[in-house]
Design a protein around this ligand. Structure first.
Ligand SMILES: CC(C)(COP(=O)(O)OP(=O)(O)OC[C@H]1O[C@@H](n2cnc3c(N)ncnc32)[C@H](O)[C@@H]1OP(=O)(O)O)[C@@H](O)C(=O)NCCC(=O)NCCS
Length: 137
C-alpha cells in the first residue's frame, strides 16, 4: 500500500465514522495487510474495509467506508463481498462486525448480505448502543 493511500484511508475513516480514537496514516501502514480497498484511476480511494483474523475460525471487519462522492453505487456491497471472500479463502468460518444502533445504511448493507444481528451492548466511551452482526461462511 502506498503511503498516500494510507493517508486517504485514515482521513476517510476519521471523517465518516464516529470514532473514539482517530486513525493516522502510520496506524494504517502498520496493519496494511488487513486493509482491502478500491481506488479509481487517479488513486483516489473509493471504498475501504479492515478485515482481520481474530480467531482461527473468525474474522472481524471494521469501518467499512465509501467515499461520500461514490455512495449508493454498489461500492459498499462490492468491498464487503471482497472481505467475505478473503475470510473464506483464509479458512474463516465466521465473519463479524459491530454497528452502532441507528446506522441504517450500514446495518441495511450487512443484513442484505447475510449477516444476522446477534446481540447489543452499551459502549460507554461513545455513548452508543452497539450491535454485533455475524455471518457463517
Ligand atoms: C454504509 C456505507 C458503507 C454504504 O456504502 P454504499 O456504497 O453507499 O452502499 P451500496 O451502494 O453498496 O448499498 C448497498 C445496500 O446498503 C444499504 N444502504 C446503503 N446506503 C443506505 C442508506 N443511506 N440508507 C439505507 N440503506 C442503505 C441498502 O440496503 C443498499 O442496497 P440498495 O441500494 O439495493 O437499497 C456508506 O454509507 C458509508 O460509508 N457510511 C459511512 C461510514 C459508516 O457508517 N460505515 C459503517 C461502519 S460499521
Amino acid at each position: 500500500m502506498k503511503p498516500a493511500i494510507a493517508k486517504q484511508i485514515a482521513e476517510l475513516l476519521n471523517s465518516e465514522n464516529q470514532l473514539v480514537v482517530p486513525y493516522t496514516e502510520q496506524k494504517i501502514m502498520d496493519s496494511k495487510d488487513n486493509y482491502l480497498f478500491e481506488a479509481d484511476d487517479n488513486d483516489e480511494v473509493v471504498s475501504c474495509i479492515e478485515c482481520k483474523k481474530v480467531q482461527w475460525y473468525q474474522f472481524e471487519v471494521c469501518h467499512l467506508t465509501v467515499n461520500p462522492k461514490h455512495r449508493r453505487n454498489g461500492h459498499g456491497k462490492k468491498i464487503l463481498l471482497k472481505a467475505i471472500s478473503h475470510s473464506k479463502a483464509n479458512r474463516g468460518r465466521v465473519i463479524q462486525c459491530t454497528i452502532r444502533e441507528g446506522n441504517d445504511a450500514s446495518s441495511g448493507l450487512f443484513l442484505d448480505n447475510g449477516f444476522v444481528k446477534t446481540s447489543t451492548f452499551f459502549y460507554p466511551d461513545s455513548g452508543n448502543d452497539v450491535s454485533v452482526y455475524q455471518k457463517v461462511n
